[in-house]
Design a protein around this ligand. Structure first.
Ligand SMILES: Nc1ncnc2c1ncn2[C@@H]1O[C@H](COP(=O)(O)OP(=O)(O)O)[C@@H](O)[C@H]1O
Ligand SMILES: [Mg+2]
Length: 221
């Protein structure tokens, strides 16, 4: 496997309160990785470390190391703005992927009748995304489907599948079904700890940790 990100002993605090601790995991290139776990376990906090979005939160401090390809993203030669162009973020709830990116790009071809069907339309959107000057290498998605109906959700999941041929995708989701459907690897967080990280199939069929087992069978969360 080729790692896109390597994180070692990542710890994030807000003031003197630790939100996540000792998170070491490698994110594989060109696949979809899902981050799951109950609300407040640190999924968004960890995701924000990957493009230094936590930098802009007052009181937030981070320890440990994170490498993107071979580069230390917290190193002195890193420009966080350039980093965020390479590692793009799709935000929670407020008009995420479908409307802001997909539909906007699809709007032109659609009204001009350039695409005769959905699949052609997707190709056009995909090519347009690649043509954007700051085309990201990694797409971080924080609960992108939480405000969507099942049909829109299915469209996003289909699009994610296509995009991961060219991009590395990391998705935070509160839906275990979604994680199981779209991702190849899953990381399960609980109370700021990384409990288990493995192939998605393994996590949902034969988890190694009792807490993972309890979570996926709906005993808490
Ligand atoms: N901006 C912030 N300031 C203070 N505490 C925060 C902030 N963001 C998150 N936290 C705290 O950090 C912990 C992890 O939160 P978060 O990363 O949002 O979890 P999740 O995305 O899994 O729901 C929670 O206890 C939360 O209250
Ligand atoms: Mg969150």
């Amino acid at each position: 496997m080729t790692s896109k990100f390597r994180t070692k002993k990542v710890e994030v605090s807000y003031g003197d309160k630790k939100a996540i601790r000792d998170i070491s995991l490698d994110i594989e290139k060109n696949i979809i990785t899902a981050l799951i776990g109950p609300s407040g376990c640190g999924k968004s906090t960890f995701l924000r470390c990957l493009n230094r979005m936590n930098d802009v939160i007052e009181n937030c401090s981070i320890k440990g190391s994170i490498h993107l390809d071979e580069q230390d993203i917290y190193g002195p030669d890193i420009d966080p703005v350039e980093l965020r162009a390479r590692v793009g973020m799709v935000f929670q709830k407020a008009n995420p992927f479908p409307k802001s990116i997909f539909d906007n790009i699809a709007y032109g071809p659609r009204i001009h009748g350039l695409a005769s069907n959905d699949s052609e339309l997707k190709d056009i959107v995909h090519n347009s995304l690649e043509a954007i000057a700051v085309s990201p290498e990694v797409i971080l998605m924080d609960e992108p489907c939480s405000a969507l109906d099942p049909i829109a959700t299915a469209k996003i999941e289909e699009l994610m599948n296509e995009l991961c041929e060219s991009y590395t995708i990391i998705i935070v989701t509160h839906s275990m079904q979604q994680a199981a459907r779209v991702s190849k690897k899953t990381a399960f967080f609980h109370l700021g700890d990384l409990i288990e990280y493995n192939d998605t199939d393994k996590i949902f069929t034969q988890p190694e940790n009792q807490k993972t087992q309890d979570y996926i069978t709906g005993r808490f969360g």
